[in-house]
Design a protein. Structure first.
Length: 419
């Protein structure tokens, strides 16, 4: 066992091949889908002035307990991003792109959470944010985009939960009603929930302590506190999802962990693994966020999907499997000369992926390396081939055997065979 200092910090992990290739492929699938829907990539910095993230809510766990904050050497108060919506909205305020602005992103986020399976301190997300329209069809488009992405990965056990938190006033009224409800029977709440109630009444609904269950079950319903306007907006989101044939469940207790949400909120859960960490993505509207950051008041809606958890769902469902080879061709050269050096370069320049063995190993050892590489064809240059200006091509996957070609026609022959 390595010295603990030389192990990845708690809540982080190295992603090695082939998992790294699978992640890249997942991001590529996501990029194709969102770019086909008019979203363009934004790459925000991984850290911001801490005030940017304070907008996620002073009472949220993310801000209160989980932020990686520090003062840099210039005395700036900096935080590693715990999510990217706030960064994208900050970027919107800074650059004022034309509306609607449809942005997508992919990359790591940092939260000092209790590390466990599916819950990490550094985790990747892919996501979109659309700023400008209030149109409920944009909410539906965002949800549909995530849904189509999960479909493309081959996931079949994803559930979509939706809710509406209403406008800022509805939300405030509901929070007051919730507070009243819980405060009326404070004695039967768990100690944790009593302290949550003081700072963030909505989050009490998220408690899974058995002693809180009855009071939570009897709590007032968010959907009864919607203004006519918010209710109509939510109805249209539902009608649009129905039109798109995307199945959903209304979950009036769905409270998300960040404070900027108004109106539509949603979450995707996977039925393929345990409840605790089964949220594989989530999002919603945040119509007041831009204004709160000093930008012109601009509605927005978006989502982020957890890459780590999505891949766990893929593992559990046997979907989106990793590829098992790195190169198409492996060059075996036992002459001690430059054949492997020159042939691999020639192949790569022609667009054929190629690797080779090192340190002048024996034929047997190089052939073992060729097999391990997963390549389809071995190019073999031994003393006989070197003398006659040829190379042997051996089929490593099928039973096509081995044949000999002129050294000058290796690339051409391989291009034809690998088609
Ligand atoms: P979030 O629900 O905090 O929302 O995170 C979205 C997803 O990121 C989660 O559903 C989960 O899959 C993944 N995730 C979150 N925390 C962790 C963790 N510690 N370890 C592993 N995966 C994690 C947001 O971040 C919002 N910015 C989403 C959004 C975009 N809302 C509007 N636009």
């Amino acid at each position: 066992m390595a010295d603990p200092i030389y192990r990845a910090p708690k809540g982080t992990h190295d992603v090695l091949w082939p998992e790294s290739a699978r992640r890249r492929a997942l991001v590529a699938v996501f990029a194709d889908i969102v770019e086909a829907a008019g979203y363009t990539e934004v790459v925000p910095p991984m850290f911001e002035h801490v005030e940017v993230f304070r907008r996620l809510g002073d009472a949220t766990d993310v801000v209160r307990k989980e932020m990686y904050e520090f003062e840099d050497r210039g005395g700036r108060h900096i935080a590693l991003r715990p999510e990217q919506t706030a960064s994208i909205v900050r970027s919107f305020g800074e650059h004022r792109p034309t509306l609607p602005w449809k942005a997508w992103y992919a990359g790591p986020n940092f939260r000092y959470e209790r590390a466990q399976k599916g819950r990490f301190r550094q985790f990747d997300q892919v996501g979109i944010e659309a700023l400008g329209p209030e149109d409920p069809h944009l909410d539906a488009e965002a949800i549909a985009t995530a849904w189509r992405f999960y479909e493309s990965l081959g996931l079949q056990q994803v559930t979509l939960l939706i809710n509406s938190l209403g406008g800022p006033e509805d939300r405030a009224n509901y929070i007051a009603a919730l507070h009243g409800h819980f405060a009326s029977d404070l004695g039967s709440l768990s100690e944790e929930s009593r302290s949550t109630l003081a700072t963030n009444p909505l989050r009490v609904l998220d408690s899974n302590r058995p002693e809180d269950a009855d009071l939570i079950a009897a709590a007032p319903d968010m959907l009864d506190h919607l203004s006519a306007d918010a209710a109509a907006h939510f109805d249209q989101v539902q009608a649009a999802l129905t039109g798109l044939e995307i199945p959903f469940t209304i979950q009036p207790r769905l409270v998300r962990g960040l404070d900027y949400y108004v109106r539509t909120t949603f979450e995707f859960t996977s039925g393929a693994f345990d409840a605790a960490q089964n949220a594989i993505g989530g999002g919603g509207r945040y119509d007041g966020l831009a204004e709160a950051m000093g930008a012109p008041a601009t509605p927005g809606v978006g989502f982020a999907l957890g890459v780590d958890r999505t891949l766990m769902a893929c593992d559990a469902e046997g979907a989106f499997e990793a590829t098992s080879s790195t190169v198409d061709v492996f060059v075996v050269d036992t002459t001690g000369g430059e054949a492997a050096l020159l042939i691999t370069d020639e192949l790569r320049r022609a667009g054929i992926s190629a690797d080779r063995a090192w340190d002048g190993r024996s034929m047997k050892s190089q052939m073992r390396a060729a097999d391990r590489s997963g390549a389809a064809i071995a190019v073999i240059v031994g003393d006989d081939e070197a003398e006659s200006g040829t190379a042997s091509l051996r089929d490593l996957r099928g039973d096509a055997g081995q044949d000999t070609v002129q050294r000058s026609s290796i690339t051409e022959t391989l291009l034809a065979r690998l088609k």
